[in-house]
Design a protein around this ligand. Structure first.
Ligand SMILES: *Cc1c(COP(=O)(O)O)cnc(C)c1O
Ligand SMILES: [Zn+2]
Length: 418
């Protein structure tokens, strides 16, 4: 394992030992999430990227030497990560840019990138001997924790999810056997309830951003993108943003690789928010510091990126700033239209929040934020089967026929004429 040097507060730079604090900085409060930092010169001397490239571990644990758990520690057995990176020339052509890749996170065991965070958090919970792990979630983080938790006999999972979450996501939780509290309120209310209950019951909280291990798990997507491109970063990485934890993890992954000298530059990050849930995009445009961000109403069809008060706001703003990146917003209509368009150009079926990254990239190219000679990796964060109702609304067609050859012929005929 990588010896953790310290936890460092993103607001005040306060330093803690990895076992000293579990969640946010006690000095600076809830906004002050923590970075898990390593002794990079020591890692640089010990590790070699070619040894990792030679690894036969076809999941995120191929990067265990860059993760904050002991080598001998147990991890959930489900195979998270090492998802495909597809070269998608038709998207590149369609958008008029040099090269586009799609990282298909919908291929993870429970269908979203959230598996990466849940896997590491559960490994940490096992190390620390927690019996119960809990999270609040718009759906995917909960499904990830419930699914990976079900692969371990040692832990119970308790989920706080808005009762309004898409049915497929709630079904996943129940099928995996988690204790599910359907909160009659927003994600943000579920989040606060979960934090309070964890404190009262002595449970371990996987809550996004607040638990520093979540960002550290999510960083593995960046490690994979770099490795799959033969230790090169694309010019731009496009990813959708709600709480800001994924984009922070992506930034941390590339940043660790820079510190190791394994890649020679940081990609610019394109953070895509829904117009109706754009707290971070607005703060960035208005020069508002993370500490001064206030809760705003959130409403979008892309439930996974609805966030009234982004929990990883400090790290997300920093990720955009330090990478020379940008936020961009997209309307719900553009997100909906992006579902079939993205699927038909790549073969990847994305849930609304994941298709939003494609919609945002499209808009970024149109507005000149991305140039035609650049290469872009779109992270497709979640599987389209997560929200079949929205997917169905995004398309028309299907020809109803009587079960006869004649009916089929006449249907095909009228379609040809149309
Ligand atoms: C969670 C999630 C996001 C957004 O990630 P944040 O860390 O909340 O910014 C985007 N897409 C999908 C599918 C997600 O599950
Ligand atoms: Zn602090």
């Amino acid at each position: 394992m990588a010896d953790v040097k310290e936890l460092r507060c993103v607001i005040g730079g306060c330093r803690y030992d990895v076992d000293e604090v579990s969640y946010t900085c006690p000095e600076h409060g809830e906004v002050a999430t923590l970075d898990i930092l390593y002794d990079y010169p020591a890692l640089r001397a010990q590790l070699d990227r070619d040894a990792i490239s030679a690894s036969h571990t076809a999941n995120c644990w191929r990067y265990k030497p860059l993760m904050p758990i002991a080598c001998e520690s147990k991890a959930p057995p489900l195979a998270v990560g090492w998802t495909p990176l597809y070269d998608t020339p038709r998207i590149a052509k369609n958008l008029g840019i040099r090269r586009v890749w799609v990282k298909d996170e919908g291929a993870n065991p429970t269908g979203s990138l959230k598996d990466r965070a849940s896997s590491l958090v559960l490994a940490r919970a096992l190390e620390k001997g927690f019996k119960t792990v809990s999270t609040a979630s718009t759906g995917n983080a909960a499904a990830a924790l419930a699914g990976l938790g079900a692969s371990l006999p040692e832990v119970e999972i308790v989920i706080f999810v808005p009762a309004s979450a898409p049915p497929a996501k709630i079904a996943q939780l129940l099928v995996y056997g988690a204790e599910v509290l359907l909160v009659e309120g927003s994600y943000d209310e579920a989040f606060d309830l979960c934090m309070e209950t964890c404190a009262a019951q002595g449970w371990y909280s996987r809550n996004t951003g607040v638990n520093p291990f979540t960002t550290e798990g999510k960083k593995t997507v960046a490690l994979e993108i770099a490795e799959q491109l033969n230790w090169k970063a694309p010019d731009v990485v496009a990813v959708s943003v709600g709480d800001g934890s994924i984009i922070s993890g992506v930034h941390k992954g590339f940043s660790d690789l820079r510190q190791l000298g394994w890649i020679d530059r940081m990609p610019r990050l394109l953070g895509v928010q829904a117009e109706g849930s754009a707290v971070l995009a607005k703060a960035c445009a208005g020069g508002v510091a993370a500490q001064d961000i206030v809760r705003q109403d959130a409403s979008t069809i892309a439930d996974s990126i609805a966030s009234e008060l982004p929990r990883d706001r400090a790290k997300a703003l920093r990720a955009i700033r330090r990478s020379g990146g940008r936020f961009i917003t997209v309307a719900d209509a553009a997100i909906q239209a992006a579902i079939p368009e993205f699927a038909q150009l790549s073969g990847v079926f994305a849930e609304p929040a994941a298709a939003a990254a494609f919609a945002g990239l499209k808009r970024a190219v149109k507005t000149g934020i991305i140039h035609q000679d650049e290469s872009v990796c779109i992270i497709s964060t979640g599987n389209g089967l997560k929200d079949v109702a929205r997917a169905r609304d995004s398309v028309t067609g299907g020809i109803r026929v009587a079960p006869t050859r004649a009916a089929v012929e006449s249907a095909l005929q009228s379609r040809r004429l149309a």
